[in-house]
Design a binder for this molecule. Structure first.
Ligand SMILES: Cc1ncc(COP(=O)(O)O)c(C=O)c1O
Length: 500
């Protein structure tokens, strides 16, 4: 295989901002003068401006070029591979954006009467049905706006069931040590108590460890399947039996559902609740802080504890049932992030059952292809190298020992080659972890190129580790103080007069 890869320059580091680009008198749009009756809008004097707002003056092409340049300073899936494990940064078909932006959906107001929004209610009802079929459950709530919010709602629903059954003491929730950090956080927010249990040497849950941990206070267990090591929990049916016999319920973190779409039903595995990350699995990009959707699907036993209002159909007409007099949770306005839900519906309908299965097959095939190549060609060490589902976890342990470079340095150098870095240092149970998820939308050529990039970076580490310590050098900004960037973000341009 030829090593035809080299670092590439991303773009200029210092783009002029809109204020510097602006020239007095330029305009992007000139609105026609109002020719209707004068409108009397009286605002309180305290809110009125006393001097004109100092906004930049630019033409439309200048604005377009500015934002296009800015967008290219960042890495995105249209620019190159994005193997950010656990985040499923795959390509999302544009058609689904078109569907979500259709005026019959996008121009609605959530306070409109039911008869005005029949099309939307029908679409959301279809999505609920589709998600129930995909997961094998009886009822669905589209309301949660993120995976973590789905977890919170799911745990709340389990807590509500125990309270309704007169078992308020059931507050302990078992969580494997490989879990995503949001899992214990969601449990704590519902007033329950997370108890960490160790994964077995094969990276999976050991039913005997679960048996030893359950007791009269067990509320349930939260399991990610496939787990964050990219492995399917093969003893899940036995684990479900043990937890149910102890009176607990099973929550599945279904954020990794892209690996088993159409192949396995969470309900058949013995789970009682699952959340899906529509913004990973079904056509909305994860990351970037944009809107998400983390719907939950539940068994009939838990359905009465879902948030209202719920969509019900009678004789082809859709209604929003407020469940008056019932105590239902409220976690988000209206029906959640509807645009994300519409993209997911378009994604499901366009692919159909066979297409969804192919998504899972290709996600798993791509991850295994990459796993085999990086392990067999001595580029990365993997603690569980015998196969994975949609992602695998490598360790940078040997890079550290042999060349004195850390996983962080490898990740930063990959940026110089034009690919996004994998997720690093997660899961916590793998030393110097690199979590690699190629996703089903990458071609074999792209995967091969990623292997060549890793080979080139490994050769650099062997020849001169300083290259990696200094990286990235081709990105618009170099290595940042990430703690400071998170704690003291500098998000606004202060203008020449405020800069001191
Ligand atoms: C396994 C797992 N669980 C939960 C979450 C949380 O989802 P969100 O970021 O939407 O809150 C993620 C996010 O990637 C995840 O990978």
């Amino acid at each position: 295989m030829s090593a035809n890869v080299e670092p590439r320059r991303w773009g200029a580091s210092l783009e002029p901002n809109l204020f510097e680009l602006g020239r007095d008198g330029r305009r992007a749009t000139v609105m026609p003068a109002w020719d209707g009756d004068p409108v009397d809008v009286t605002l309180p004097a305290a809110y009125l401006r006393t001097d004109p707002c100092d906004l930049p003056s630019l033409s439309e092409p200048e604005v377009m070029r500015h934002y296009t340049r800015l967008s290219n300073l960042n890495h995105h899936i249209e620019r190159g591979m994005y193997p950010l494990g656990s985040c499923t940064m795959k390509y999302n078909p544009r058609l689904n954006e078109v569907v979500a932006a259709m005026p019959g959906f996008a121009d609605l107001h959530p306070e409109q009467d039911e008869e005005d929004i029949q099309g939307l209610l029908c679409a959301l009802n279809l999505l609920q049905d589709a998600l129930c079929r995909i997961t094998g459950f009886d009822a669905c709530s589209l309301v949660p706006a993120a995976g973590a919010q789905g977890e919170f709602l799911g745990m709340h629903v389990i807590r509500a069931l125990h309270l309704a059954n007169g078992e308020p003491h059931r507050v302990e929730v078992l969580i494997p040590d490989s879990a995503h950090g949001t899992n214990p956080a969601s449990v704590v927010l519902t007033g329950m108590k997370p108890l960490t249990i160790a994964s077995g040497v094969d990276g999976r849950l050991d039913p005997e460890v679960v048996r030893a941990a359950v007791g009269p206070n067990t509320a349930g267990i939260m399991i990610t399947n496939p787990n964050t090591l990219g492995l399917f929990e093969t003893d899940i049916v036995e684990v479900a039996r043990i937890v149910h016999e102890a009176g607990g319920r099973l929550y599945m973190d279904g954020a990794n559902m892209n690996a088993i779409l159409g192949k396995a039903h969470p309900a058949k595995m013995g789970f009682d609740v699952v959340h899906l990350n529509l913004h990973k699995t079904m056509s909305t990009p994860h990351g970037g802080g944009g809107p998400g959707a983390g719907p939950i699907c539940v068994t009939a036993e838990l359905a009465p504890f879902l948030p209202g209002p719920t969509i019900v159909e009678a004789d082809g007409v859709f209604h929003l049932d407020d469940h008056e007099g019932e105590c239902r949770p409220a976690i988000h306005a209206y029906q959640g992030n509807v645009g994300v839900c519409l993209r997911a519906l378009a994604y499901i309908l366009r692919l159909g059952g066979d297409g969804l299965e192919r998504v899972a097959e290709r996600a798993v095939l791509n991850a295994n292809y990459l796993l085999r190549r990086v392990v067999d060609e001595g580029l990365l060490q993997v603690d569980h190298p015998d196969g994975c589902l949609h992602e695998f976890i490598a360790t940078g342990r040997d890079w550290k020992e042999a060349y004195g470079v850390r996983t962080l340095d490898v990740a930063k150098r990959l940026l110089d080659y034009g690919v996004h870095a994998p997720t690093i240092y997660f899961p916590l149970i793998v030393e110097e972890a690199m979590m690699i998820e190629p996703t089903e939308t990458e071609s074999r050529e792209t995967l091969d190129e990623f292997v060549e990039i890793l080979r080139a970076v490994r050769a650099e580490a062997a020849a001169d580790p300083e290259i990696l310590h200094r990286a990235p050098v081709h990105t618009p900004v170099g290595r940042m103080d990430e703690a400071r960037a998170a704690r003291q973000p500098d998000l606004s341009w202060l203008g020449p007069c405020n800069c001191g």
